[in-house]
Design a protein around this ligand. Structure first.
Ligand SMILES: C[S@@+](CC[C@H](N)C(=O)[O-])C[C@H]1O[C@@H](n2cnc3c(N)ncnc32)[C@H](O)[C@@H]1O
Length: 254
């Protein structure tokens, strides 16, 4: 990385925070409190059932060994933790999320399937864990709501040397035609699911935000560069669904 990249990312992150900090710090908690009980069903409807398929593909890329300590950042309803435990039941899984409602639903889902997932409620910009602690950290579908450079630096800090960070999210497509079609589809989905599940005022007010935040978020390549800037040595990504989403795998040096 050139020193300019760190400067460029710091500037971009500061611009994103200037645009969205009120929503990130106040409104999103109200949105996730409202959607917690129908979050998983709404995702299935909005993705026409594809989300479960992408989840399996993403988790298939994650190398977990028996006894590994795993942290799922912005864990929501514990979708990631549960899917990893199905793959390898002998894991020590820690979830962290700011929404008690999402984690309440997550705990119910884990218990129903016979799994234990530890939960910490808090803001992931400061992770309450020691340095060099986890073998694996995961983050799915939350990055555009975060000061992501800061969170990646925190994830790098809490990973053991040789540990891996796995990331999956919708990203800004680089092809302008795909990008336009994608935003139109999201616009429709957000309105349809809000109507179907009778979303509250906070969720209705944030409908445009979910697309605006994506427009100024990173492409798959830019996110790889940002992870290198945060300290990761080897970063690989695989674009999926025409670049509308990607799986990233980033290693902390041994
Ligand atoms: C779209 S959900 C994704 C949940 C889960 N990772 C998944 O794949 O289904 C985003 C989650 O990020 C959480 N979140 C957003 N900003 C956060 C922050 N600053 N600290 C902790 N959690 C946050 C929300 O509470 C919500 O549960």
């Amino acid at each position: 990385m050139t020193p300019n990249s760190e400067i460029a990312f710091t500037k971009n992150e500061s611009d994103r925070a200037d645009s969205f900090s009120e929503i990130w710090d106040v409104e999103l908690n109200k949105v996730f409190a409202d959607v917690a009980d129908y979050y998983d069903r709404a995702n299935t409807v909005a993705s026409l059932g594809m989300l479960g398929i992408w989840l399996k593909k993403f988790v298939a890329t994650i190398d977990v060994q028996p006894g590994n300590k795993v942290l799922d950042v912005c864990a929501g309803t514990n979708v990631m933790g549960i899917t990893m435990l199905k793959k390898e039941p002998n894991l020590d899984v820690q979830a962290m999320d700011r929404s008690p409602d999402m984690q309440r639903v997550g705990a119910e889902r884990a218990t129903k399937r016979g799994f234990t997932i530890k939960s910490d409620i808090g803001d992931v910009h400061q992770l309450p864990y020691p340095d060099d602690h986890f073998d694996v950290v995961t983050l799915q579908y939350a990055s555009r709501h975060l000061r992501i450079l800061q969170v990646c630096k925190e994830i790098h800090r809490v990973l053991k040397p040789g540990g891996h960070f796995y990331h999956c999210d919708m990203l800004r497509p680089q092809n302008p035609i795909v990008e336009k079609a994608y935003y139109a589809y999201l616009y429709f989905c957000l309105r349809f699911t809000s109507w179907l599940f009778s979303s509250n005022k906070a969720a209705l007010n944030c409908q445009d935000y979910f697309i605006e935040a994506l427009k100024v978020f990173y492409s798959a390549e830019e996110l790889s560069d940002l992870m290198r800037t945060a300290g990761f040595t080897t970063v690989e990504h695989k674009r999926v669904v025409g670049g509308m989403a990607a799986f990233h795998k980033a290693a902390k040096a041994k």
